[in-house]
Design a protein around this ligand. Structure first.
Ligand SMILES: Cc1ncc(COP(=O)(O)O)c(C=O)c1O
Length: 390
């Protein structure tokens, strides 16, 4: 991989050691110019008029995102972030009191909060499948729980924000399909760093965001909706006039495609930027990205283990671009601010990011280091030296 080439196309690489790609990655020039060009067009000819002028580029953004995950264009709904994609999907499921949502101990904090909210408001039940000893959801236990409790929905976060774990979503998807159970995957942290194929995962919904490993803009995400869900007329609870037409005083007609899950108003510049980011990732090659990220993460984990007082969380089996590490000697929140002053971007996570996982591991706060393919080993060395000298 020609890392120097990708760095030259990434203005932020000149100013910063950016190891916070799980927060928001650095956008390449192609993405930035796509966004700015559209904002300029809006300022010159008007927002609605600018939108009318870009129908081909919009279609191409849907195509680029769809191709990246092996979906059709009609299966993609753009949203303003991964959370809104996730909640649009949740809202489409006709839950009744007593229904069970089955999830994992590592699902994203906001998702867990939403499940608890549904539990409180609708009387749903939420259960967490135990992990295997080496980490990651125990799929045999999941299948047993599915057979015993017949969940209405299974939710799995592919790559949790707090550990770099890679969940076996293909195995979970197969378990769900064979039992005709709805399967919702949160691919927020995997999109752009790992190949994703919705037909292999066999998910019904997949939510994702643009700003992380995809290297798109903030304020943009999308939801994949499988054909079988669209055919069964699932629709978001608060469908609006983008997803449906008001056809008579007492009636509306939903659109056939996943646009049913979109809202009327859009940041069109961000949508185009997301399409540009998806194209860029495909051109770089997601398989190549995955290999490069693995190499850097392995190097990083080895380096961190040389730092006195560091406890590198998770295991080394399936490496992806998130490493969390606990230190006896430093406060991660404070340390992140100090490093930022020195041009090194990392992030910190408190217990509230992953109550179940961090309580099990007895972690109150951790430092999160998340390299992407455009980072270098020299940058990792600098970050480790800074941590070591803290
Ligand atoms: C695993 C995971 N899911 C969902 C989200 C939420 O994404 P967004 O902020 O785009 O709504 C995040 C954000 O960090 C995440 O890490």
């Amino acid at each position: 991989m020609d890392v120097e080439h990708y760095r030259a196309e990434t203005p932020g690489c000149q100013n910063r050691i950016h190891l916070n790609n799980a927060g928001a990655a650095l956008m390449p020039k192609a993405v930035v110019s796509t966004i700015i060009d559209h904002i300029k067009l809006e300022s010159e000819i008007g927002g609605y008029e600018a939108h009318a002028a870009i129908s081909e580029s919009v279609a191409s953004a849907y195509q680029s995102v769809a191709s990246l995950i092996g979906a059709g264009v009609d299966n993609i709904a753009f949203t303003e972030n991964a959370t809104s994609a996730f909640t649009q999907a949740l809202s489409a499921i006709p839950f009744s009191a007593g229904d069970l949502i089955l999830t994992t101990r590592n699902d994203y904090a906001s998702n867990q909060i939403q499940f608890l909210s549904l539990e409180a408001r609708l009387g749903l039940r939420v259960a967490h499948v135990p992990d295997q000893e080496q980490g990651g959801v125990d799929v045999a236990a999941l299948e047993k729980m599915m057979d015993e409790h017949r969940p209405k929905l299974v939710c799995v976060t592919h790559v949790p924000t707090n550990s770099g774990l890679l969940q076996d979503v293909n195995a979970v998807g197969a378990a769900c399909r064979s039992r005709d159970t709805i399967f919702l995957v949160d691919a927020c942290q995997s999109l752009g760093q790992l190949p994703l194929a919705v037909n292999d995962i066999q998910c019904d919904f997949l939510s994702a965001t643009a700003r992380k490993f995809l290297r798109g803009p903030r304020g943009s995400g999308f939801l994949y909706v499988a054909d079988r869900i669209l055919e069964q007329a699932y629709e978001p609870l608060f469908i609006d006039m983008r997803g449906a037409s008001w056809t008579a005083a007492d009636r509306y007609q939903s659109v056939r495609s996943a646009k049913r899950f979109e809202n009327w108003e859009f940041a069109w510049a961000q949508l185009l930027g997301t399409g540009a980011a998806a194209r860029y990732a495909s051109e770089v090659g997601v398989d190549r990205i995955r290999c490069r990220v693995r190499e850097l993460v392995s190097y990083l984990r080895d380096g961190l283990r040389t730092v006195k007082g560091a406890r590198v969380l998770g295991n080394d089996d399936e490496l992806c671009g998130i490493v969390t590490v606990e230190f006896s000697k430093l406060d991660p929140q404070q340390f992140v601010l100090e490093l930022r002053e020195r041009g090194i971007n990392l992030s910190a996570q408190g217990r509230e990011y992953a109550v179940l996982d961090y309580d099990t591991k007895k972690v109150s706060a951790a430092l999160r280091i998340s390299p992407h393919y455009y980072n270098t080993k020299a940058e990792i060395d600098t970050a480790i030296a800074a941590i070591d000298s803290a």
